[in-house]
Design a protein around this ligand. Structure first.
Ligand SMILES: N=CN[C@@H](CCC(=O)O)C(=O)O
Ligand SMILES: [Zn+2]
Length: 402
């Protein structure tokens, strides 16, 4: 029997149109895992009787948050590297000396799958406690077939065992592992060979590449995208973070779901993203921690109508951040997004960046994923920082304790 639930006595921010979509004294009826009715309580049809009723005490209810770019599964930590950077070393110089991503690769390979799971689960819990109901998790710290598979299995298990929706992204082309030094093209051949094997194990929802001077070239990126295309897997790209490689235009030409980082994005890249409906994922945590000098071209993206998402980019090197509302706050203060843009960036546009159209707003037919906040207005999601106003989280109409 489909369970029908009534969630009432809430101020709703539906985000279903182009504004906040506020509904005072609102109610939502869910049937099974989806929203069956949403509106002011006064208009609730009598036929909408529910088997369960939840009084939300006048709190603010928003769509569940979507963190569309994380590297959540890894071993170790990189506080020493952060200290080196604070003492003057650059991210690139540390990477070229075999630190950076490769130091996390060593720690990840040394960790057991159970350890990787426990550590990632604790991080996921912190994100979830602050309103996240959908989480993208990339591999990219294993860099062997088996180590990449382990990380993707851990990510899948998080989705199965926790009340959370997880999307997995294969990022084998994240860094060149030591055993392939000087043989980047051979490593890309290996990555292209692993992809169908991982896909056959149902471990891959999308494919990503780090296209950068300290990552992979556009030509190597293209080879990975061709392998993804053969399997009809969507692609996304770490693009134009530290330099303009023309990666965004390349990714957009493959119909990429998103291009992420984008501090060095060119007008041609923006035009290609616009043409191909590719979302821009902004990552203020990495921008802040690397003390980058150059802002992503927000005004031009806005002008072009490219959807802008915001994510934590949680990773041990450049963004050990575990609060998506904090990233929305930083997207406003650092990148000058409006509060509405930033909140759409962690809900409906983040869902779009994952190719998901069934979440991110409160509307009939959408997944019943929402967060309840001790706030009066959704603009407070980008106002407060350093505390957690999230009170309840509901995933597919099931309440998760926070
Ligand atoms: N830029 C590449 N990948 C990560 C950083 C990974 C790391 O430094 O461990 C990012 O998205 O910022
Ligand atoms: Zn990343």
């Amino acid at each position: 029997m489909t369970i029908r639930r009534l969630w009432r006595n809430a101020r709703l921010a539906t985000l279903a149109g182009t504004d906040w979509g506020l509904i005072e004294q609102g109610a939502i009826v869910t049937e099974g895992e989806h929203i069956a009715w949403v509106g002011p309580e006064s208009a609730l049809p009598a036929t909408r009787g529910a088997t369960e009723e939840h009084d939300l005490g006048g709190a603010l209810l928003t769509p569940g948050l979507v963190d569309c770019h994380t590297h959540l599964v890894y071993g170790g930590r990189r506080a020493d590297e952060a200290e080196m950077r604070l003492n003057g070393a650059s991210y690139e110089s540390i990477a070229r000396a075999g630190g950076g991503i490769l130091s996390t690769v060593r720690a990840t390979r040394a960790a057991s799958e159970a350890e990787l799971f426990d550590q990632a689960a604790a991080r996921a819990q912190t994100l979830m406690d602050q309103g996240v109901t959908t989480l993208e998790i990339k591999s990219g710290y294993g860099l062997t077939l088996e180590d990449e598979a382990r990380c993707l299995r851990v990510a899948r298990r998080l989705g199965q065992e926790r009340l959370l929706s997880v999307r997995t992204t294969f990022l084998g082309a994240h860094a060149l592992p030591p055993e392939y030094q000087g043989r980047a093209d051979d490593y890309i051949s290996a990555v292209c060979d692993w992809l169908p094997q991982l896909h056959a194990q149902e471990l891959v929802d999308a494919v990503d590449v780090f296209c950068e001077t300290i990552g992979f070239t556009p030509a190597q990126t293209r080879r990975v995208f061709e392998a993804a295309r053969t399997l009809q897997l969507p692609v996304k790209l770490h693009a134009e973070q530290l330099s303009d490689q023309g990666g965004a235009a390349l990714a957009a030409s493959y119909g990429a779901l998103s291009c992420d980082h984008l501090e060095h994005l060119s007008p041609a890249g923006i035009a290609a993203m616009k043409t191909n409906a590719t979302a821009a994922v902004l990552l203020p945590g990495a921008f802040y921690m690397l003390r980058e000098a150059r802002l992503p071209p927000i005004a031009a993206l806005r002008e072009a109508g490219v959807p802008m998402a915001v994510a934590t980019d949680h990773n041990p090197g450049t963004s050990p951040a575990l609060s998506l509302p904090l990233m929305a706050h930083m997207a406003c203060t650092l990148f000058r997004l409006t509060p509405l843009e930033a909140v759409r960036g962690i809900t409906v546009h983040a869902a779009k960046a994952l190719g998901l159209h069934d979440r991110g707003t409160l509307a009939v037919g959408q997944r019943a994923d929402f967060a309840v906040w001790a706030l009066e207005h959704p603009n407070e999601l980008t106002y407060w920082f350093g505390h957690n106003p999230c009170r309840r989280v509901v995933v597919a109409a099931q309440e998760r304790s926070t």
